[in-house]
Design a protein around this ligand. Sequence first.
Ligand code: NDP
Ligand code: MG
Length: 385
Amino acid sequence: MKKIVILGSTGSIGTQTLEVVRDSGDIEVVGLSAYSNIGLLEKQIREFRPKLAVTGTKELAEELKVKAADMDIRIAYGMEGLLELAQMEEAGLVVTAVVGMIGIRPTVAAIQAGKDIALANKETLVTAGHLIMPLADKYGVQILPVDSEHSAVFQVLHGEEKKAVSKLLITASGGPFRGKSRAFLEHVTAKDALKHPNWAMGKKITIDSATLVNKGLEVIEAKWLFGVAMDQIEVVIQPTSIIHSMVEFLDGAVIAQMGTPDMKLPIQYALYYPERKYRYGERLDFKKLREITFDAPDMETFRGLPLAIEASRIGGSMLTVFNAANERAVDAYLNGKIGFLDIYTLIEEAMAAHRAIDEPQLDEILAVEQDTWRITEHWISRHSQ
Ligand code: NDP
Ligand code: MG
């Protein structure tokens, strides 16, 4: 029986991972974590019977202990708790489904403990890819992508030689504001931005999809995962998210992976890799679909993508600045403190104020994150609406 831990089990990816586990019947969940949603965490504990559950704070852990007093389970909290989860002896694979850079330390700990990683938490790879990928090699563990685009490339590359790859074609829906102008974007609210046309996801990634910062993060994620140069990655708009991504090979052949927009497919692929298992669910009907259209991304209006490319060109700790400034900006936008276009301005200002360190170590990455927070907090308090 496969034994897994899920970091961030109450989120969009976490709950869908548990749906896959529920359907499969041959995966045991040994550890789960939430930040504050202990109501849902309690339900998950009762259904999946893990040995360890982790909450965001001590108070929440105490509350959960009372709720789950009749259960045989250990309850921990905070970063110490996440690190303990990541290294649980019973687990063979850790699903990293927390949101943001908080995932770095648990991911490093899980790799050092020899666990395979089903990686959804892209912010970790974007800011610490230069540490994570060699570490995974050193400990002989697999990094299995959960992100749909990367799962698509991973599926296409199965059995292919890396040297035969000419470029990765990462698809993007373009988000809810595709085709809109800067003038329009000035007034869009978080409520408008939270309406993604194809995918139901956590709030942060939904805003990232609207700004195209998500696609920027994904290009960098792809660079680390597949060991290609940035200029070998092209973003293609495919509004209906039917093609999850494609690979062009040296001979000109292009292979695409398609499917309905359902994250349970890439989650299941990561959990069972290299085996492919049957999944119930909607299938593509090409007669009804009739057409699949493509376009180029609008890099002038949606600056999330060019800013990410610039951060990657500079490299090192600039990637942490790009990511950390975005995390704070999205949070401020969701709380109505800044406007949509301010997200780009904040990232730009934070990047302009930073002198990049090459190959930063973990403590340097976390220190740069703190510095970036200070700069962004200051900017937000001066510009709050
Ligand atoms: P959600 O916001 O839905 O869930 C995040 C999870 O992390 C929740 O369990 C949450 O707990 C927990 N969490 C939040 N903050 C902290 C913290 N500070 N410390 C510990 N745990 C925390 O996010 P998603 O599931 O949408 O995304 C998770 C990751 O997967 C992100 O990196 C995202 O980019 C990536 N991803 C998501 C996709 C999707 O379809 N959703 C697709 C591809 C990638 P609580 O519920 O208690 O707040
Ligand atoms: Mg994606």
